[in-house]
Ligand binder design. Structure first.
Ligand code: SF4
Length: 321
């Protein structure tokens, strides 16, 4: 590793030792399952909102087998207002896959993790590093921003991970699984707390002397600004309102109750249809609806594309339903 990169790694590790947040999925008794749950929840939701959901989720389902023994309705209901509720289905399907193919355990290899529903490159690498203490190139939004500024001199990375970023991430990764895993969480924490997207605290940054972007005068990001996502009035808002009604009831809900959540019937029907198509609601005879009732006795496809896949560029976006 070049001398400059070695210095950056050492400084970030030293800073992390004194500044890391006390998050439950980082505790000494954490499990790979707890780490996987945290990573899925954090994909599009801020840390402070995730903590209470993660805590109650792990109390109820401390292992994949326990979650696999519950229904998808239980998972969606427990997901509450965390946003992007298809993640609850993905976690449930991942739990089933762990039971059916890995003896009830979260697999430890990157390749096996990638076969779990909803687990893409970032999440697999994060579970290897944070769940198993292994060496993996973990590139989330925060890490990519720090690396882009320090080593490339760019204000912000592009919308999706490039080969050059992977090469850089691998080049900077310290040798040795433990220190590599600690580096991964440390640089992520620096990006979350110091080298933030909008107002980096360069004065308090341990690697400021080695930062190319700072040395270049902190030039603004190139290209068009990324659009901010609107929520109010969108189908996503309507989906959230419909799902809230379905979550309230164990029994099927008649459609007239759903009609009350949104005045525009066209948009309401469209939102409801997408909930059904996504597997988040089931349409029953007689015009009633309920949460999906798939469970451990109902075999669910564990590789199905209907659960989608993670998208690195969307990590830690504002939440919705
Ligand atoms: S000096 Fe500023 S821009 Fe560079 S890594 Fe530190 S906080 Fe980020």
């Amino acid at each position: 590793m070049p001398e400059r990169a070695e210095r950056v790694v050492a400084e970030v590790l030293g800073w992390y030792a004194g500044h890391q947040r006390d998050l439950p999925w980082r505790s000494a008794d954490r499990t790979p399952w707890g780490v996987l749950v945290s990573e899925v929840m954090l994909q599009q939701t801020p840390v402070d909102r995730v903590v209470p959901y993660w805590t109650s989720w792990l109390q109820r389902w401390p292992t994949p087998r326990r979650l696999a023994g519950s229904t998808t309705a239980d998972a969606v209901r427990a997901w509450g207002r965390l946003g992007y509720p298809r993640r609850a289905l993905r976690l449930h399907a991942a739990a089933l896959a762990c039971v059916e193919r890995f003896g009830g355990a979260v697999p430890s290899s990157y390749e096996d993790l990638r076969t779990l529903p909803g687990v893409g490159d970032y999440t697999a690498a994060a579970v290897v590093a944070f769940g198993f203490g292994g060496a993996a190139v973990v590139l989330d939004t925060n890490v990519r921003r720090v690396l882009a500024r320090v080593f490339v001199g760019r204000a912000l990375p592009g919308p999706s991970v490039t080969v050059a970023e992977r090469v850089l991430g691998a080049a900077v990764l310290p040798v040795g699984p433990r220190v590599a895993a600690t580096w991964s969480v440390a640089v992520m924490e620096l990006g979350a707390l110091v080298c933030t997207a909008r107002s980096p605290d360069c004065g308090g940054c341990p690697i400021a002397p080695d930062c190319r972007w700072l040395a270049a005068g902190s030039p603004p990001a190139q290209g068009p600004a990324r659009p901010t996502q609107r929520f109010t009035g969108t189908d996503r808002q309507v989906r959230g309102l419909l799902l809230a009604v379905l979550r309230e009831d164990d029994a099927a809900v008649p459609s007239h109750r759903l009609d009350t959540v949104w005045p525009d019937p066209v948009q309401r029907d469209r939102a409801l249809a997408t909930l059904v198509a996504d597997g988040l609601a089931e349409a029953l005879p007689g015009g009633t609806y309920q949460l999906p009732q798939r469970g451990s006795r109902h075999r669910v496809s564990t590789v199905g594309p209907s659960y989608g896949n993670e998208n690195l560029s969307t990590r830690r976006k504002p939440t919705d339903s």
